[in-house]
Write a protein of this length. Structure first.
Lengths: 480, 435
């Protein structure tokens, strides 16, 4: 159990007047009294414990047990991925913690200390009231859940994973674990064994969800891995935007976050999934995200990675229906001690499907950013198109970037193009801005923001503002 | 025990220890260091496993097709040898020198050497020892490089001393005779020298060859200029490996073009090391793939010094059920600032059954660089086809023009018009035959 100190703030952290944001935000943790704690280490007992606490149906318990076996049988993917993965000690991780209690329905019912956490996260007052359908995950369970009336009136189901599989199995079981099978990779298997929390959403046919649905995730116990599970099903002709953002306290020992996110867009549906990831620099962030797009459906991943020690995340779209469309817009920023290993997967499985990948990465100091991509167009299809652009910006002479795309095309009726470039900030631009009175740091920040501007513009307003601030913060001290 | 024996069998293919000893006994005239290297190479070959499905350097490759390493094979057709005016020529048949036209007297007097490995062992041992397969195998075929070093019987040794320029190309022909082929070409260009080399890999009309493991190493000393053209036209049953290493020193430049036409399954590995400022490596390839052919090309451009440049353009045209794999990597070392590196893979799909795989990669550890890569896969542009047809050109001819135009972008980069013409003819011939 953490000690009794209420809030631990790094004393060296001070507000930085140049940027206007408090650099210490995120560096805190609460003393939580966990009602349920599965202890550290992973075995059948852990899985059994989680399943019992959640009062799960026997099929789900079995699902978890099988996933555990798959997890144990799969080797780490170090034949292509970084060996840093070997530093994860799976026995030191706590796989399930919960403060108990049911998800809260109204803001007033949210415990005060958890409200304080949100305050520290910098969620504006206005937004807190307007937290339409916010599913704010505090450790494993949703501590706060308030579906705005209008959304509920539209017939939208927006619940956590436990509730969804218990109360609405007829809707969710059909697709649960189908887009990302347990055995997809070692970490999807891990998640399938120990998942808790996350958002399950169902949007009925013909509904354009009026507000973006949001969830905030935090990790709040040392050595505690968070394994949230998200499944979004959008029925025919419907539309939804989902936003996910994370900040996490800084801890000294490595911690693990391994989520599974599955999206299902039925005929003509549209899903936009936005992530701003800003875990602390000791977090292993190993996430599997994939969408299944039916006929004329559209799935768009907007993925922004700023934090974590190692992120491995390649959002994918399986283009299953004719004329479906997949898109990944990705921004990654790697600073000292960070490796952003991100990318995209586009599996074309029907005629006239199109996909677009735009990835921009910035490596600062000794940071390393990697793009990994898969574009797959199997035979006997026609009229498939893919466009991939990867641009990498290297700030310091010891920064590093890699690009590893894999493109398979069968047949003569497709058009696929991939382009990548690596560059540094233009000295002429910096010189020009300095000559106009900007400091080198400001000029650098402006230039980097310019580099990602065309992507950031596609983000919702508050996210692009947050992103700009985060970049300003990361760029500090990178020059001179 | 028995399962172990089976595994060993597979890893050796037909190249048993007995076969190796028989090969060694035929090399008794060679110096001790050479024989020692061969023994080392054989041990390495025997100890390394065959590539597996999970090896990153063999991603997308048909590794099952490698399981048997046949030491001999049997019959089919082979292309005729193209006629080229040569500065000097060596023809090898069945790994042995068949005929040669030596360098003109004036060049010989200036120290130009165009000879066989067998002779180089006797007369130029120091140079041979320094450069023979001296570069690392970084692209996945260490096992096959070792097999080559163990069994190589003879090959071409070319040394152009400092300041000497040779106008006419040196033509090397490697004809297989049914046994396994181990063609070897070593080009050492001294400072400020200039040389052009053409390697032709041809099948014999009477005999077929099941396995070819070739190596060609190019070394360009300071300010040297090497133009290299390799044409792989093995018979359609051959499993082929061609392993290239190119070292480029200060202000030197190497242009290499590899044309891939033959073989059942052909892997080409090319490693360019840019070791000193001003070094430039231009890497070109053209592949005309048809039927069930698989062409597997792996490249690595390593920028080891500042102010170096590399430019890669690999073009594949795929008909029938053909498969191609292009896996390229640019590595910029931490100190190699001002690197200018380019890598481009273009795939032209001519059939609905063909499959093109592209893995264009970058690993950049210096920030002041200009590195770009691109990969495209598409069909003949219908608009261009329409334009030609609207000008009265018949559809078949229009299609051909566009396909050949696809290759011209690469061929146009050749300085030697004669080589350009010969290559165009060979590619066109293959395409016409496949229609």
């Amino acid at each position: 159990m953490p000690d009794s100190q209420a809030i631990a703030i790094d004393p060296s952290a001070v507000e930085n007047p140049a940027v206007g944001i408090d650099q210490s935000s995120g560096n805190f943790s609460y003393d939580m009294k966990y009602e349920f704690d599965a202890g550290s280490g992973l075995n059948e007992r852990t899985v059994d414990y989680i399943s019992s606490v959640k009062k799960e149906a026997s099929w789900l318990r079995e699902f978890r047990m099988n996933a555990l076996k798959t997890f144990e049988s799969k080797p780490l993917p170090t034949h292509w991925a970084t060996r840093d993965l070997e530093n994860i000690d799976f026995n030191k991780i706590r796989y399930y913690l919960s403060s108990g209690g049911k998800p809260k329905r109204t803001w007033d019912e949210v415990p005060d200390d958890i409200k304080r956490t949100f305050e520290r996260l910098g969620i504006p007052e206005q937004e807190r009231k307007f937290l339409a359908g916010v599913e704010a995950q505090f450790d494993s369970e949703a501590a706060y859940s308030n579906i705005k009336e209008t959304v509920a009136k539209q017939g939208v189901i927006f619940v956590n994973s436990t509730e969804a599989l218990r109360e609405h199995p007829e809707i969710f079981r059909k697709w649960f674990g189908k887009v990302i099978p347990t055995s997809d990779n070692k970490f999807s298997a891990l998640n399938s064994a120990v998942f808790s929390g996350g958002s399950f959403i169902y949007v009925p046919p013909g509904i354009k969800v009026s507000h973006p649905l949001q969830a905030y995730f935090r990790i709040n116990a040392e050595n505690f891995g968070q394994f949230e599970r998200t499944l979004i099903i959008v029925d025919e002709g419907s539309e939804v935007t989902y936003m996910e953002g994370c900040t996490a306290p800084k801890f000294s020992t490595a911690t693990l976050h391994s989520a599974v996110v599955e999206l299902v867009a039925l005929k003509g549906a549209k899903i936009q999934y936005i992530t701003v990831q800003n875990w602390a620099n000791n977090v292993f962030n190993l996430v599997t995200k994939r969408g299944l797009a039916h006929e004329e459906a559209e799935i768009k991943w907007i993925d922004c990675n700023i934090g974590s020690r190692l992120t491995m995340k390649y959002p994918g779209v399986v283009l299953k229906g004719r004329k479906s469309r997949g898109e990944v817009l990705s921004i990654a920023l790697a600073n000292d001690g960070q490796h952003q290993d991100t990318g995209a997967k586009m599996i074309h499985a029907a005629d006239e499907t199109t996909s677009n990948i735009i990835a921009k990465s910035i490596s600062v100091g000794q940071g390393r950013s990697t793009y990994r991509g898969v574009v797959h167009i199997p035979r006997h299809l026609k009229g498939c198109k893919n466009n991939t652009e990867c641009d990498a910006l290297l700030i310091n002479s010891n920064s590093r970037t890699d690009t590893y795309p894999a493109i398979t095309v069968r047949g003569d009726r497709h058009a696929v193009q991939h382009e990548a470039s690596v560059s540094k900030v233009s000295e002429e631009q910096i010189f020009y801005m300095k000559q106009r009175g900007l400091t080198e740091g400001q000029a650098m920040s402006l230039s980097v923001n310019g580099f990602i501007n065309d992507l950031a513009r596609q983000f919702p307003m508050e996210y692009s503002v947050e992103l700009k601030r985060l970049i300003d913060l990361e760029m500090e001290g990178s020059v001179g | 025990m028995s399962s172990q024996a089976t595994e060993t069998q597979t890893a050796f293919g037909g190249f048993s220890a007995e076969l190796f000893l028989a090969h060694l006994s035929g090399q008794s005239a060679a110096p001790a260091w050479w024989l020692a290297r061969k023994r080392e190479a054989y041990e390495l070959f025997a100890s390394l496993p065959l590539p597996g499905r999970k090896d990153e350097t063999w991603r997308f490759s048909n590794v099952a097709g490698l399981a048997a390493l046949p030491a001999s094979g049997k019959v089919r057709h082979a292309p005729a040898q193209p006629a080229l005016a040569a500065g000097a020529a060596l023809t090898f048949a069945g790994n042995r020198l068949e005929s040669s036209s030596r360098v003109p007297a004036d060049l010989a007097a200036r120290g130009v050497v165009v000879t066989t490995l067998a002779e180089a062992l006797l007369h130029h041992p120091a140079l041979l020892r320094e450069h023979f397969m001296a570069q690392p195998q970084r692209l996945g075929s260490a096992k096959f490089a070792a097999l080559h070093a163990a069994f190589v019987q003879d090959g071409a040794f070319i040394h152009v001393p400092a300041g000497v320029e040779i106008d006419k190309p040196i033509i090397l022909v490697h004809r297989a005779d049914g046994g396994a082929a181990f063609p070897h070409t070593l080009v050492i260009a001294g400072e400020r020298s200039k040389v052009s080399v053409v390697d032709l890999f041809l099948g014999d009309s009477a005999n077929d060859t099941a396995l070819a493991v070739g190596a060609n190493d190019l070394y360009a000393g300071h300010g040297a200029k090497i133009a290299y053209t390799g044409v792989q036209a093995w018979p359609r049953t051959t499993l082929s490996f061609q392993l290239n290493s190119t070292v480029v020193r200060r202000d030197a430049s190497v242009q290499s073009l590899n044309v891939h036409l033959g073989g059942r399954q052909a892997r080409h590995e090319s490693l360019s090391q840019l070791q000193a400022p001003g070094a430039f490596s231009e890497m070109l390839a053209l592949t005309a793939a048809e039927e069930h052919q698989e062409f597997d090309q792996r490249t690595l451009q390593v920028h080891q010094a500042p102010n170096t440049k590399s430019d890669l353009l690999y073009k594949n045209a795929l008909a029938g059920h053909a498969r191609t794999i292009f896996s390229g990597l640019i590595i910029v070392d931490p100190d190699a600032q001002k690197t200018d590196a380019y890598q481009s893979n273009r795939n032209l799909m001519l059939s609905d059954e063909a499959e093109a795989n592209s893995l264009p990669g970058l690993e950049i550890q210096a920030n002041d660089v200009r590195c770009t890569h691109g990969a495209t896969t598409s069909r003949v542009d219908p608009e261009q086809e329409f334009y030609l047809k609207s000008r009265g050109i018949d559809p078949v001819r229009a299609h051909e023009l566009l396909v050949f135009g696809f290759f011209e972008e690469v061929l146009d980069r050749l300085e030697d018009a004669e080589i350009h013409a010969v290559l165009r003819e060979m590619i066109v011939a293959k395409f016409k035959a496949s229609r």
